[in-house]
Design a protein. Structure first.
Ligand code: GTP
Ligand code: MG
Length: 239
């Protein structure tokens, strides 16, 4: 039986899940800790990369990291939307149950973090969508990676998919505000607003590029002077 505190029966009724699915959903919910473990692992990898970059270059490419696990309700909704049946593997078909958002300072940081992460032996890239090079119709920009990471359990190894969205602060600002506006307007945004938002995305891209150029100039000029940051300083910060 589905645990009521996890998915209330009223929710299951309202989204049209019949009792045949209950066992599968229960099993799935019980395995949610796998996704939490995968997020922990990737978060640690990202923090290590950020710290190492700081030691070597006196600069943190990552501004901050956010993560979330999809709620059982929205997993079921997605399974229904994708017409997945009882026998389909949800793990293989719903790859954004574990989600990590990496907010970088500059555009070049987005690609360097992605490159450093993907070259690690235990990370398998399943899918890459570069919405920076090819923005979505809305104006949305980010680099999306679906990766698989091994989670070592007592008697087995589970390969768990994780969706990683990597964006700059400017890209994230746009995505957050646009998402909120869309969410608040249940009837959808009108054409004029959609166009204005798209224009905002273009302007923010120009600002992103300008900030990148300024950063590169400053960074290069600093490289010629002696670096004050050391591994000892980092160690003190981490303690
Ligand atoms: P989903 O079923 O929504 O996961 O779509 P998908 O599997 O086709 O993946 P997609 O590459 O479109 O990325 C989905 C995620 O990217 C969403 O859950 C959002 O977090 C983000 N995203 C994609 N498009 C937009 C957009 O136009 N605006 C905003 N704010 N976020 C977007
Ligand atoms: Mg999604």
């Amino acid at each position: 039986m589905i645990k009521k505190e996890i998915i209330p029966n009223t929710t299951l009724d309202s989204i049209g899940v019949d009792t045949d699915w209950e066992e599968k959903i229960q099993l799935f919910v019980e395995n949610m800790y796998l996704y939490k473990s995968a997020i922990q692992q990737i978060n640690t990898k990202l923090e290590i990369l950020d710290n190492d970059f700081k030691v070597k270059n006196d600069y943190n490419p990552i501004h901050h990291i956010e993560s979330r696990i999809k709620t059982p309700e929205s997993i079921i909704q997605k399974a229904l939307r994708k017409n997945l049946s009882f026998s389909d593997s949800w793990k293989d078909n719903i790859t954004d149950i574990a989600g990590i958002r990496v907010i970088c300072n500059y555009k070049e940081d987005v690609y360097s973090i992605s490159k450093q992460l993907l070259k690690q032996e235990d990370i398998t890239l399943l899918k890459e969508k570069d919405y920076i090079l090819h923005p979505k119709e809305s104006g949305y920009k980010a680099l999306h990676l679906i990766i698989e990471t091994p989670v070592y359990l007592t008697n087995s190894v589970e390969h768990v998919p994780v969706e990683i969205q990597i964006r700059t602060i400017a890209m994230d600002t746009w995505a957050s505000l646009e998402h909120e506006l869309k969410y608040k307007n249940k009837n959808g945004l009108d054409d004029k607003t959609i166009k204005r938002l798209k224009k905002c995305a273009t302007k923010l891209s120009e600002i992103d590029q300008e900030l990148q150029d300024i950063h590169n100039e400053q960074f290069l000029s600093q490289e010629n002077s002696t670096k004050s940051y050391s591994a000892n300083t980092l160690l003190l910060e981490l303690l």
